[in-house]
Design a protein around this ligand. Sequence first.
Ligand code: FES
Ligand SMILES: [Fe+2]
Length: 360
Amino acid sequence: MSALPPIDPDIRHATTLPGRFYRDPAIYDLLRERLLVPSWHWIGHATELAAEHVRPFELLPGSLDEPLMLLRDAAGDLSCLSNVCTHRASIVVNEAGPCRALRCGYHGRRFELDGRFKHMPAFEGAVDFPRPEDDLKRLETGSVCNALFSSLAPGSSFDEWSAPLQPLLERLPQADFQFDKSRAATYEVDAHWALYVDNFLEGFHIPYVHPQLAQALVDDDYENQLFPSGSLQVGVARPGDTAFEPQHRIAGEERPVAAYYYWLTPTTMFNFYPWGLSVNVVEPLGMQKTRVHFKPYVWRPELLDTGAGGNLDLVQTEDEDVVEKVQRGLKSRLYPGGRFSPSKEPGVHHFHRMLADLLH
Ligand code: FES
Ligand SMILES: [Fe+2]
């Protein structure tokens, strides 16, 4: 049985998830259905695609593998649609490019660019046809600084999910953030996706694992805030180092903030630096393999390569090394689960409670 005991809400008493959480295929599969399916995921950019162009893609390749397409119609409206024909499930769009009409190549079913059923050959005589189910399903979307998100079956609205970001977003010119393909990166980590998230959720390890990053941040001021859909860690710059201007910090913040590190459940990180936003997209590929994309949305290019967001590749390499060591350690039959630092690990505790509650 895959159920886990709940985790004590009092961090001073709580223990971490047990090792079997990371090893049990039934738990892995259950989380895919209960956590990944109803969640919001990065799908692209609000600014991509010219009018009457389409891009097919899979949502979370390696775990959900859901065929979708992003499409902009003649009026300029962007839609995220199912890319699975409502007849016998062939893929409708196979290549990115211009798109004036949607027509399935298997038996010729046609759809409007907003997904509505248009025509099907040889269906005269079919009763109760077409039904709403014969339209291509259209997914809700939402954006943050031009990063675009969607969900197969939203367990919460986009606004609820992204609410923790709002106090910062209202201080930033979201429309000016531009995706910079030349700085995007993809990594593969030999570890369970939840270990990658665990590591993100605490700055406790920064002085030990990231000596260069530690030079940019004031250790004692690093703080955690918890929300129903995620958490925020605020990194404060050392005097003289790159920091957000006062008018671009969350209202009331007096300190020179070097980075706002948000995590929104389950697999998206929003790292705001004075130069812009790096979205970390975490893709589970199996119990011991995870792909991580860094999607940079640049707002002030002159600040790239400075401060806490100056060398993300180095920080990632250091994180990968330590996360892969934890993956190896969790194979141990001698490790029963650990305890949390009440001051440094409330974010990890919050995440473990969410996971245990889903599996209870
Ligand atoms: S599967 Fe698309 S028309 Fe038959
Ligand atoms: Fe790290």
